[in-house]
Each structure stands twice: as structure tokens, then as C-alpha cells.
Design a protein around this ligand. Structure first.
Ligand code: SF4
Length: 249
């Protein structure tokens, strides 16, 4: 299935250890752009509402849209644009919007008046790359009102213990990934296994979405080409499933 992305604004500010080698900065730099300037998209702001020549939405019903992945949905500069984005999200109740943020502390300032317990078609995902950021951001995620709550441990920088958050039964999914591109920090498979075990213990859906460029397994370091990071992570998922079956026949 095609993966859809909607970036109503672009650009961001580094605010966390996970931002050190941010891919938005890396890719903008290649194009001679300054990623620290946050701009509203002229062409794609209303992408979810765009229709083809037959009058059908270009993004078909039932899809998940990765929202604001070249910025942060809750960044301050977007405060004046966000209301229009919420209007679009409300109109497309037939697709799911995955909003991933490192600024969950701004969440309650940024939701629309009719948010209530949350929109059914919005998933709020918090990124935490190390224990410190998990301990800082996840209590806020547990506290806010949202119908679906995900945790992205990406780029994972160390072993992270999520037990005290996952035992609450308020987190629907945890997805883990390593860092990409130049100067990527290592991603150790033992950290992935640890989070998978915690997810299994508390019945939380787990995903390992990318290995990162510098991957360590059983003490051996591998350089992974960017386009192979996703397929290699899939193999890692298969391996974890097999291990589970062997240990729980
Ligand atoms: S919050 Fe995300 S998009 Fe913004 S600088 Fe950090 S890694 Fe990049």
C-alpha cells in the first residue's frame, strides 16, 4: 500500500538529542535550503482535500497519512496555520492522520475547541530517543486526551525502559528505529529486543521500522545503505517472531 505524507508546513528547530542529525536538515542542506525557517506550504497545504479529474480524493479513503514529517505539527510558528489544518483533518474523517511530535508539552494549547476526547481519525505519536526524553514526554502523552497514542523510539540512542508507560494500557503501539545518513549514531539490536520484550509483556503492538545506517547485532557493526534500512528491519522483525515462537512453542 502506498505511504502518504502531508507536510502542510516545512522547517523546524532542533530541540532534543534526537535532532542532532535530523534528516530534514540533512536533506534541505543538500538542496541549499535553510531547514530552520518554518514556512507554510503553498502547494500542498490542502493536499488531503485535493481531487483528481474524476472528482475523487487523491488520497483515497482508508489510508494513513504521515502528517508534518518535515516539521513538527505543534511548532510555535504554525500556531496561526494550525486551525486550517485541523479543519482539513476534520473534513477527511475517512483517513487517519498520524501526527508525530517532540513538542507534546504544547498539545493542550494547540487542539481545536471541539477536540473533546480526541478525533477518531487522529493518532498522536510522541518521539523519545532516550530514557530521559521518555521520562519527560511520555507522562504528558498518558495525560492528554487522544483516541490513539503511539510512541516512536527514534532515533533510538540507548537502551530505553518503557515498562511504567506500557503497563498503563494507554499506549496502542511502539515503533523503534535507528538513525540514518551521515554521522548516524549506532542502533544496537539488543535495545530493540528489550523494547519488543516490554511490548510483549504488556500486550502492546510493536514495530521495528528501520535499522538506521549503523546497526549493531551480536556485537558486530553493519553499515546499512539507506534504502535497505526498512527491509533489514523487516528481517529483524521476522527474527524476533521466530525467537518468540522458539521460546514459547
Ligand atoms: S523535531 Fe524532528 S523535524 Fe524538528 S529538528 Fe527535531 S528531528 Fe528534525
Amino acid at each position: 500500500m502506498r505511504k502518504w505524507q502531508w507536510n502542510p508546513w516545512h522547517g523546524c528547530h532542533k530541540c532534543s538529542p534526537g535532532c542532532l542529525n535530523c534528516y530534514v536538515y540533512f536533506l534541505d542542506n543538500l538542496r541549499g535550503k535553510d531547514a530552520s525557517i518554518v514556512t507554510r506550504s503553498k502547494t500542498y497545504f490542502d493536499l488531503p482535500l485535493k481531487k483528481d479529474r474524476y472528482g475523487n480524493y487523491k488520497i483515497p479513503s482508508g489510508n494513513e497519512i504521515a502528517t508534518c514529517f518535515t516539521s513538527d505539527f505543534f511548532i510555535e510558528e504554525a500556531d496561526e496555520w494550525r486551525k486550517d489544518a485541523w479543519d482539513i483533518i476534520r473534513k477527511r474523517s475517512d483517513v487517519n492522520f498520524l501526527i508525530c511530535t517532540k513538542r507534546i508539552e504544547r498539545f493542550n494549547l494547540c487542539v481545536p475547541e471541539d477536540w473533546g476526547d480526541g478525533y477518531e481519525n487522529v493518532i498522536i505519536a510522541v518521539t523519545c530517543e532516550n530514557q530521559n526524553k521518555a521520562d519527560e514526554r511520555l507522562p504528558i502523552l498518558l495525560d492528554i486526551s487522544a483516541k490513539h497514542k503511539y510512541v516512536f523510539v527514534a532515533p533510538i540512542l540507548e537502551k530505553v525502559d518503557l515498562s511504567r508507560f506500557l503497563c498503563t494500557e494507554k499506549i496502542n503501539l511502539v515503533s523503534v528505529g535507528g538513525e540514518s545518513y551521515e554521522n548516524a549514531r549506532i542502533c544496537d539490536f539488543s535495545w530493540i529486543c528489550h523494547i519488543k520484550d516490554t511490548c510483549d509483556k504488556y500486550n502492546v503492538t510493536f514495530d521495528f521500522h528501520q535499522t538506521g545506517s549503523n546497526f549493531i547485532k551480536d556485537g558486530r557493526q553493519y553499515k546499512i545503505k539507506h534504502h535497505d534500512e526498512y527491509s533489514q528491519a523487516k528481517k529483524g522483525m521476522e527474527y524476533l517472531k521466530q525467537m518468540k515462537n522458539i521460546n514459547n512453542p
